[in-house]
Design a binder for this molecule. Structure first.
Ligand code: AMP
Length: 213
């Protein structure tokens, strides 16, 4: 299973990717999570990426490609992956194709999650994330068992700096300008399936699974 999840910020890519990765027994690979960990650990890549992330802009391709190349070379990704948040530009998609071709692999499915703008803004404003494991919650729809801490590891939850309203507007703009052209790129390859991203976590997962199985 080599699946890409596309969609605007707040479409539920991370949540769905976690469920689908478990369902299909492949790793969930999120460049956003990898970058946030690199920032938290003050790794060199994180220091280079932080100002772009805080401003809601895309991190330069060479940084993201360095991370993804290393990640996809790990043994667990040999059986496949669910990619979340990558690729985000056509040059990244071309680079991914090249990386996969080197090991005789290819992208098999591309799912575009459709969610109306009003819901995106609402979802992101209610999102809280675990600083340690990266798991996300929604204060309305998917609350943690105890208000301020993660169900998985009991660590404090926080609101991502780029989930604040002013940065969200910028991220949506960046998505429309730089990431939407990817849909045409994959549509030309006949890979794109559109899935309605509104509904419960389980409903959306079933819709995706039905499209790709
Ligand atoms: P995400 O968690 O996918 O919403 O990503 C959070 C932020 O990380 C984005 O707003 C970008 O600044 C950066 N980022 C994540 N993935 C990529 C990517 N594939 N290309 C460039 N920047 C990325």
């Amino acid at each position: 299973m080599r699946l890409l999840l596309l969609g605007p910020p707040g479409a539920g890519k991370g949540t769905q990717a976690t469920g689908l990765a478990t369902r299909f027994g492949v790793p969930h690979v999120s460049t956003g999570d990898m970058l946030r960990f690199a920032v938290a650990w003050e790794a060199e890549i994180g220091l280079r990426a932080k100002s772009f992330m805080d401003a809601g802009e895309l991190v330069p391709d060479e940084i993201v490609l360095e991370l993804i190349r290393l990640r996809l070379a790990q043994a667990d990704a040999g059986v496949g992956f669910v990619l979340d948040g990558f690729p985000r530009t056509v040059p990244q998609a071309e680079a991914l194709e090249q990386i996969l071709t080197e090991t005789a692999q290819r992208v098999e499915h591309v799912v575009q999650l459709d969610v109306p703008d009003e819901l995106i803004v609402l979802r992101i404003s209610q999102r809280r994330s675990c600083q340690t494991c990266g798991r996300t919650y929604n204060l309305m729809a998917e609350r943690p068992r105890s208000d301020e801490v993660c169900d998985v590891d009991g660590m404090p939850l926080y609101q991502r700096a780029d989930d604040h309203e002013d940065v969200v507007a910028k991220r949506l703009q960046v998505y429309r300008r730089q990431t939407q052209p990817l849909i045409d790129y994959y549509e030309a390859k006949g890979l794109v399936r559109r899935v309605e991203g509104v509904g419960s976590l389980e409903e959306v997962e079933e819709r995706i699974a039905k499209e790709i199985e």
